[in-house]
Design a binder for this molecule. Structure first.
Ligand code: S3P
Length: 424
């Protein structure tokens, strides 16, 4: 049935910010209230890990309440920590536990077992941490107590997870840790650390943290996740007759690259910023746009939209010009190799790609798929949601092997789409 999509939506809370609020709450003595958290599989892994370290987390409607005895009173977990599918939990927690001088073992699901952890182990070992990995690269991660010292570290890639693991580890060292970023990655850790009372500054790609200060609890209001909003936004732009608004969504500049690309393409998308205290947020309006221009993106733009590249690939297929994404080799190390997954699955829609080691070009052409074609979601939430949007845009039902991983980041995704659907 050919539908239009209309109405106003609030997407679930930002995943990156929810993880950090739970962690900083656990490090602060007292009570931290997290309003509008993301209640997803990934963030619940962080919640369970914080409980295992000795913090209490109470789940209330629309609010999670973290009560902690403070960083100095957290303890080694009694059992191996399980981080599920969550790279953010795994990497940030390694820094946090090493920084507290505790011992722990950590492992996740099949996808986490294949994700590189040497990128955090290297700087943390430079600080003095004792961390072993399987084959020097992969989980399970074994952390043994050690005293850490501050470092000056130049990151080989723009990664907020690596940067945050170092900052968490540096919190209880005596002295200044300095991190140089090749290009700006999401800065939620820096913003929230400041809010919790840490002595941290960030300027021109250099982040400095003065260790040795205790964090104090602070309430966090989590904006909607722009990485989740990206799916209904692209749907509205591609589906004739559609027009939607998404309220209270994060507009943090380190995350809003997709809005810049939509502008480059000439899409009918407008943004109203409603607040800029700490994390910027506002409303995004998106409407059907019949003619979309091409784009070429690379370099510093990539970390600002790294999680949106699967859905951008679909958007690109509807442009009248070629669209190219380069310098995105990090995509090969996500929940799955997202360059491969995007090309393999969207090729089933007749979309033509040129593949590079670090990205792809999407060529203009006819997009169509046969009814009930079998596609694969690779247990990757963002690939699955991209396939669902593709099927709706094409108005053609497809088979997806397993869609349960949607709950990793966007519980209620299907229901939200139904709320917006207006039958033609
Ligand atoms: C995240 C950082 C990014 C992003 C991931 C969440 C975070 O990963 O892709 O979904 O919360 O810090 P990298 O740090 O590996 O780029």
């Amino acid at each position: 049935m050919n539908s239009k999509f209309h109405g106003t939506l609030k997407v679930p809370g930002d995943k990156s910010i929810t993880h950090r609020a739970l962690m900083f709450g656990a490090l602060s003595e007292g009570t931290t209230r997290v309003h509008h958290p993301l209640p997803s599989e990934d963030t619940r892994r962080t919640m369970e890990c914080m409980r295992a370290l000795g913090a209490e987390v109470e789940e209330k409607q629309e609010e999670w309440v973290v009560t902690s005895p403070g960083a100095r009173h957290l303890h080694a977990p009694g059992k191996r920590l399980y981080t599920g599918n969550s790279g953010t939990t795994t990497r940030l927690l390694t820094g946090l536990i090493a920084g507290l001088g505790l011992s722990a073992e950590m492992e996740g699901d099949e996808s986490i077992a294949k994700r590189p952890m040497d990128r955090i182990q290297r700087p943390l070992a430079e600080m003095g941490a004792d961390i072993s990995l399987k084959d020097d690269k992969f989980p399970p991660i074994v952390i043994r107590p050690a005293e850490l010292s501050p470092i000056s570290y130049t990151m080989p890639m723009a990664s907020a997870q690596v940067k945050s693991a170092i900052l968490l580890a540096a919190l209880y060292t005596e002295g200044t840790t300095v991190i140089h970023e090749p290009s700006p990655s999401r800065n939620h850790t820096e913003i929230m650390l400041k809010q919790f009372g840490a002595d941290v500054s960030a300027e021109n790609g250099v982040i400095r943290l003065e260790g040795g200060n205790e964090l104090s609890p602070s309430d966090v209001t989590v904006p909607g996740d722009i990485s989740s909003a990206a799916f209904p936004i692209v749907l509205a732009v591609l589906k004739p007759g559609s027009s939607i608004s998404i309220e209270n969504v994060s507009l943090n500049d380190t995350r809003s690259g997709i809005l810049d690309v939509l502008e480059m393409m000439g899409a009918d998308v407008t943004v109203e910023q409603t607040s800029h205290i700490g994390e910027a947020l506002g409303t995004v309006h998106a409407s059907y746009t019949p003619h979309l221009k091409g784009f070429e993106i690379s370099g510093g733009m990539i970390p600002r939209l790294i999680d949106e590249i699967p859905i951008l690939a679909l958007l690109a297929a509807f442009s009248s010009e070629a669209c190219t994404i380069r310098d995105a080799d990090e995509l090969r190390y996500k929940e799955t190799d997202r360059i491969r997954a995007v090309i393999d699955e969207l090729s089933k829609f007749g979309i033509r790609f040129t593949e590079y080691d670090d990205g792809f070009t999407v060529h203009p052409g006819q997009v169509s798929i046969e009814e009930n074609t079998e596609t694969k979601g690779y247990n990757d939430h963002r690939i699955i949601m991209m396939l669902i949007i593709s099927s709706i845009v094409m108005d053609t039902p497809i088979e997806i092997d397993d869609i349960s991983a949607i709950d990793i980041s966007y519980p209620g995704f299907m229901e939200d789409l139904e709320t917006l659907r207006k039958d033609a």
